[in-house]
Design a protein around this ligand. Structure first.
Ligand code: DGL
Length: 291
């Protein structure tokens, strides 16, 4: 029965775990297959053609595992490759940019004592996502008057992959990237890369406590829940009485450095994946090692 199939999730690395956590919290009846393309991270500095190719290979790998829905838990791949993925695989696909942009607008509009001016939204993302303008378009669709400022923060990706979540070096890089954003004084700041919520504390302290940080993972989980209902695809059976993050109902794959992925997952989620395998998604032997 299709309803019992897992939901597929992919990212270039550990960043999509922020989306996995949001999906897991909101949808306790569902189970997940996660793919982190750790051999080819980062995506954010690569060309459109390359990101599209990686995204299609990841999507096909997950589709071949038997999934009922695909969540592209990577802003870069969502910004650059969503139409091609939808064209290629015959299941519903949800990206993170639309939900993140809409959530930012709603959060600004519902702020009490809002000043009588257009809302101001900051977006931090990878270079590829910034160049694509996908967030600016998503925000302007929801609020045509919105003032938007974007900044690329490429070094945040390796810092998150490394698990350097509160190191002094991370604070000094954040200060350099985010000073112009602080001066812009946004009402809300979109964490437009799924790696960035891992550095949430540093980002919040650098831009100031008054700025609300928008994590597109939570907004995406809400949209996935709606879509599952609308398509009649929700799993009707409670899969487990008490469902733990990373328990053996969820299967994790990486394309390299499984041990490193497990350590960052533990720092971020408080637990290591019980089922984690290193594989290749581009035509080589599938199974290299089990951890
Ligand atoms: N986490 C991904 C994103 O949301 C990609 C980061 C990268 O690989 O550069 O954009």
């Amino acid at each position: 029965m299709r309803n019992n199939l897992p939901i597929g999730i992919f990212d270039s690395g550990v960043g999509g775990l922020t989306v996995y956590r949001a999906l897991h919290d909101r949808l306790p009846n569902e189970h997940f297959i996660y793919l982190g393309d750790t051999a080819r991270v980062p995506y954010g500095t690569k060309s459109l053609a390359t990101v599209e190719r990686y995204a299609l290979e990841n999507s096909e790998f997950l589709a071949s595992r038997g999934i009922k829905m695909l969540v592209v838990a990577c802003n870069t791949a969502s910004a650059l490759a969503l139409p091609r993925i939808r064209e290629r695989i015959g299941i519903d696909v949800v990206g993170v940019i639309g939900p993140g942009g809409r959530k930012a607008v709603v959060s600004c509009q519902s702020t009490p004592n809002r000043p009588p001016r257009a809302i101001k939204i900051g977006v931090i993302a990878t270079e590829a996502t910034v160049t694509s303008n996908a967030y600016v378009e998503a925000i302007r669709r929801a609020s045509p008057e919105a003032e938007v400022m974007q900044t690329g923060c490429p070094l945040f990706v390796p810092l998150a992959e490394e698990g350097w979540t509160t190191e002094p070096e991370t604070f000094s890089i954040a200060e350099r990237y985010l000073k112009p954003m602080r001066d812009f004084r946004p009402d809300a700041l979109v964490l437009g890369c799924t790696h960035y919520p891992i550095l949430r504390q540093v980002i919040q302290q650098t831009v100031g406590e008054g700025v609300s940080l928008i994590d597109s993972g939570e907004a995406t989980a809400e949209e996935v829940e709606e879509l599952l209902k609308e398509k009649g695809l929700a799993n009707p059976n409670a899969v487990r009485v008490k469902r733990g993050l990373c328990d053996d109902l969820d299967h994790f794959y990486v394309t390299d450095a499984a041990e490193r992925f497990a350590n960052v997952a533990e720092r971020f989620l408080g637990t290591k994946p019980s089922k984690l395998e290193a594989i290749e998604v581009y035509g080589g032997d599938e199974l290299k090692q089990e951890v």
